[in-house]
Design a protein around this ligand. Structure first.
Ligand code: IFM
Length: 444
């Protein structure tokens, strides 16, 4: 295991833990909440590995106070959570749901009372079903609906949250939701995916402008899932394939948001599937951000022939089948730092699913602990080389609903027994707590 130098992180570096609404809240139709596309998707036979859903999840809607106590007990400075759009606006347009907002008011005030900084995400994928019935993110009208929702959240909570993220991982919404179709809403069309990505970017930029115009002072940005992309070999064909993958997976997102441009090579590859862009859209997208959130889990290795087999990497593989590659986090950050003019970066998610076992009431998850520790060390390395990173959040606080994998994959540093809803701090949580205490002790 790597040792993290005690001077690697500045005094005001923000350490946190992260979750999202659909994955933990449950209370699928409590207090006037409307259905989301994930409620609908879970009903499709075969869509979710263990045929589960988010109806109860971690019952966080009821247990939020104890969960906040648990978070505060870890000694983190911040908690990244998301607002369920259909909980606060059941149809995604029109009337807001007071009971839904009351929950987030309690939650945010509960964080502040415990000295935790709220990091709020507006869209962690649970689009109101009613908007999907009108075309969802493929329909340009959804952009305006999102801006209205964002403005209302900012009006009610913007004075108390430290940070507002518009979208979590637009690549997942666009590509997994609309091209691969293994995530809600389960559409399989590349043209749809590309148009969705454009609408997500546009709604992001327009929401930032609207929230700022209202006087909201929270830091605002977006969260991308990014990987460094390596060619499987030095062959010309593999290197070309890697460049194409980098174009579609990284440059498409980063350059739209930071430069207000789509990369010409990706547009050429897309041909007739290129998005419909209205005059002025790109200007609206590239509004300055206060931060860019990056979710890092693994690198990507690309070959022009047969897909690269992760088992040939020689590295550990998580329960998701993802290669454990901490160096990739440093590679990614250094590459972004070299190629772009970046706002402050946060690592808004990093963590791993491993099959845990409870032994005498304890969970000795040494592999998850090593994963987190080695990624924090890689982060320190990139920061030493000049990349500005302002915070790091472990994914996830709790074992939770892992989308199409259901409850079969456990990412939590806290175990959830889904029969009893009992929470148990795993060794990784105890390590994180001790690590943070040591950071504080040396005055940072
Ligand atoms: O659980 C997800 C999260 O919702 C978004 N980022 C990746 C995590 C692990 O797959």
């Amino acid at each position: 295991m790597t040792t993290i130098s005690s001077s690697a992180f500045p005094k005001d570096f923000v350490w946190g833990v992260a979750t999202s609404a659909f994955q933990i809240e449950g209370a699928a139709d409590a207090d006037g909440k409307g259905p989301s596309i994930w409620d609908d998707f879970c009903r499709i036979p075969g869509a979710i590995q263990d045929a589960s859903d988010g109806r109860v999840a971690c019952d966080h809607y009821q247990r939020w106070e104890a969960d906040l106590d648990l978070i505060a007990g870890l000694g983190v400075a911040a908690y990244r959570f998301s607002v369920s759009w259909p909980r606060v606006q059941p149809l995604g347009s029109g009337a807001f749901n007071e009971a839904g907002f009351a929950f987030y008011e309690r939650l945010v005030d509960g964080m502040l009372a415990r000295g935790l900084k709220p990091y709020l995400t507006l869209n962690h994928w649970d689009l109101p079903s009613n908007l999907q019935a009108q075309g969802g993110w493929q329909n340009r009208d959804t952009v305006q609906h999102f801006v209205a929702y964002a403005s209302e959240v900012a009006r009610r909570l913007g004075d108390r949250v430290a940070s507002i993220c518009t979208h979590n991982e637009p690549w997942v919404v666009a590509v997994l939701g609309h091209e691969v179709g293994n995530f809600a809403p389960g559409i399989k069309s590349r043209a749809a995916a590309i148009q969705v990505a454009h609408h997500l970017f546009l709604s992001h930029g327009m929401a930032l402008t609207a929230m700022r115009a209202q006087g909201c002072k929270a830091d605002m940005g977006i969260v991308l899932n990014l990987s460094p992309i390596d060619a499987a070999s030095d062959s010309e064909a593999d290197r070309a394939a890697a460049r194409r993958a980098d174009g579609g997976g990284l440059r498409w997102y980063v350059e739209a948001l930071l430069k207000g441009e789509y990369p010409a090579d990706v547009l050429a590859d897309l041909g007739a599937d290129a998005p419909k862009v209205m005059p002025g859209d790109m200007e609206k997208i590239k509004v300055p951000m206060d931060f860019l959130g990056i979710n890092y889990y693994m690198r990507s290795v690309v070959s022009a022939g047969q897909p690269w087999d992760v088992k040939t990497s020689g590295h550990e593989i998580t329960d998701m089948g993802w290669e454990v590659y901490p160096q990739g986090l440093a590679d990614l950050l250094l590459r972004l730092h070299r190629d772009y003019s970046l706002p402050p970066i946060y690592i808004t998610e990093n963590g791993a699913a491993f099959p845990d076992q409870v032994v005498d009431g304890q969970v000795h998850d040494a592999r998850r602990q090593a994963y987190i520790e080695n990624h924090i060390a890689a982060l320190a390395d990139a920061m030493r080389q000049g990349v500005r990173v302002d915070g790091y959040f472990v994914w996830s606080l709790l074992d939770n609903f892992e989308w199409s994998s259901g409850y079969a994959k456990r990412f939590g540093i806290v175990r959830v027994d889904y029969d009893t809803q009992q929470r148990t701090l795993k060794d990784s949580a105890l390590w994180y707590r001790d690590f943070l205490a040591a950071q504080k002790k040396r005055g940072v």
